[in-house]
Design a binder for this molecule. Sequence first.
Ligand SMILES: CC(C)(COP(=O)(O)OP(=O)(O)OC[C@H]1O[C@@H](n2cnc3c(N)ncnc32)[C@H](O)[C@@H]1OP(=O)(O)O)[C@@H](O)C(=O)NCCC(=O)NCCS
Length: 291
Amino acid sequence: MDVNQIFQHKVPWLQNPDIRPYVYVRDENSISQPGKRHRLDWFSKAPIFKDPLDLAELPFAEYIYHIENIAFGPSAMPMPRWVFYDCAVMPGFVCGFAYKKDKLPALLKAKLPDFGDIDYVPLSLFIIIPTMHKGEWVAHNLCSVNSFLDKSDQFYGLGFLSKAFGLWYANVEQCSGMTQWGSPALKLHSHYGHLEVIGAYAPVHSHAKTVTYRAQVNASSWELFFTKEADLEFLEQYEKTGLLIDPKNEKSMIEIQSKIQNNEGPFYLNASEVLANDLKAPLDLYKPKGY
Ligand SMILES: CC(C)(COP(=O)(O)OP(=O)(O)OC[C@H]1O[C@@H](n2cnc3c(N)ncnc32)[C@H](O)[C@@H]1OP(=O)(O)O)[C@@H](O)C(=O)NCCC(=O)NCCS
């Protein structure tokens, strides 16, 4: 099946007129030429715009907090309100998908408090923050209501498409980020461009078993997340190093971290392998051929 057929069968919500992408940025941070950098026709619907500084739109933020806090509760990383305001809303770009409140499916409505008068309810959250390094943004948060919905009620691809929308809309050239080894999120993050492991162990973080990554954003390979086909371009350019990271073994992370620090890298993950692998299975590290 090609990606359009998969969208029709597995991602029908993307065409639902009651669901739209949203952009939640203060005026000064708005993107002047959205979607100009990456060639992609997935996001034809105009986003809804929400102003984080407008008191009338506070209920939208309350929904964001609620969804985010449930999603990150199990990993003990719910986002404090000041972090969202100081580190996301002020410097960065916040987006996702939102559902018209009066059309919300009963199953989802039943799982959410009513935060008051607002036209749309967010379903997902993606935050990116520009860095001092020109062209590089840090992905700071990604979550979706799928994390607390039964499989049959989920919006397939919601998390993946929320990050894709943000990278596309904000013309992001290079995206770095952090996630925990063994997290399902790595299946998503590895698909936006060849993922270089720039840190394999992060004791400075509250979770030391964190992978820090960087990718040159390349929208032409995003469909592989849905088709689950091998990334042939990656296989042409990279080869296995024989080194493994084991999400169950902290020592393997420290060993790779030491190699990165000794300039023995760069090390990359193979997105198809990350997608196909069991979450707790060891992952091969790759290097550019002939490096
Ligand atoms: C991780 C998260 C953002 C993924 O978003 P999502 O909307 O659930 O995922 P999508 O629908 O976009 O993608 C589904 C695919 O992701 C992968 N996936 C998602 N959750 C998974 C899980 N629990 N176990 C294994 N794979 C999983 C699978 O590949 C799945 O496709 P498949 O069913 O065909 O195998 C979301 O589950 C979430 O909010 N988690 C809690 C917060 C979090 O950990 N965020 C990441 C921080 S870096």
